[in-house]
Design a protein around this ligand. Structure first.
Ligand SMILES: NC(=O)CC(=O)C(=O)O
Length: 272
């Protein structure tokens, strides 16, 4: 399966953001990609006070409707890294979608782990001020195999991905708006670890550059194979990078090093 991973610099202007997405989806269709993956918060990034105003109903909101049309027009899967989904007057969900080539919404995942962190002298984020966390994992069946959905900060919680792998995932989607500072330190090693330990493809579309004044994202969107090799990586800026997923690499990784089969959970499941 050929996938296109779109790296964006999403800002507050939704129309401009959607136009950029359309341009890259069209390019991916011309390149015969079967699936494109978009980053977290692909249609809007702005000040905290504007987030809820830009949240939409799913599937009836403008962004979902537009992307459903686009998927149908180009007969491809669109993995919508995330958009703000309306919850109530106070809060939204940070929600990932999978749209199939008929233009139908086939999976929806709400970010479970919210980015509430403070690095002294560097940055502070309190995603839970504006976002309500999701409460369940979500897998989706693709022609290539099963995929597990997640978003950004979820990457730091390996138990979610192990659960997906044990439930038969071949692909882990990890769209993000990873910060530049934490990205330089942790993005690639964590992504490669998730791919290696679960012997899955990892597809990680990221935001790049400054989206909101004073806050910058790391970019480095990538596809990693089940051996942990980075097979495709976006360069600096906005753009698209492609990779061909090969089922044989999943089989060879799992046959050569059967670590998923060699687990002994009976000895450590009691640890908390
Ligand atoms: N932005 C996030 O949700 C996560 C992140 O930047 C990090 O974990 O670091």
């Amino acid at each position: 399966m050929k996938v296109g991973v779109i790296q964006l610099n999403t800002k507050w202007d939704k129309k401009e953001n959607l136009d950029t997405i359309k341009k890259y989806v069209e390019e991916a269709a011309a390149e015969k990609a079967e699936l494109v993956s978009l980053p977290e918060y692909c249609n809007f990034m702005g000040e905290e006070k504007d987030k809820n105003k830009n949240a939409e109903e799913i599937p009836n909101g403008e962004t979902t409707q537009e992307l459903m049309k686009l998927a149908k027009q180009h007969e491809m899967y669109i993995h919508v890294g995330s958009i703000l989904e309306k919850k109530d007057e106070e809060k939204s969900y940070n929600t990932s979608l999978m749209i199939d080539p008929k233009g139908e919404l086939v999976a929806k995942y709400q970010k479970i782990h919210l980015f509430d962190i403070e690095i002294q002298g560097v940055s502070k984020y309190m995603e839970s001020n504006t976002i309500e966390n999701g409460q369940k994992p979500q897998m989706v069946e693709l022609p290539f195999g099963k995929a597990g959905l997640s978003i950004c900060y979820d990457l730091r919680f390996p138990e979610l991905y192990r659960g997906y792998a044990l439930d038969g995932a071949d692909i882990l989607f990890i769209p993000a708006a990873f910060t530049r500072y934490t990205g330089m330190l942790h993005w690639e090693p964590l992504l490669r670890a998730r791919a290696i330990e679960n012997q899955c493809y990892v597809i990680a579309a990221g935001q790049f550059g400054t989206n909101v004044p004073g806050k910058a994202c790391y970019g480095n969107s990538m596809v990693i194979d089940p051996w942990g090799t980075v097979v495709s990586r976006a360069s600096e800026g906005v753009g698209i990078t492609y990779a061909n997923l090969d089922k044989k690499l999943i089989e060879s990784a799992r046959e050569s090093i059967p670590s998923l089969k060699n687990r002994k959970p009976e000895y450590y499941d009691s640890l908390q």
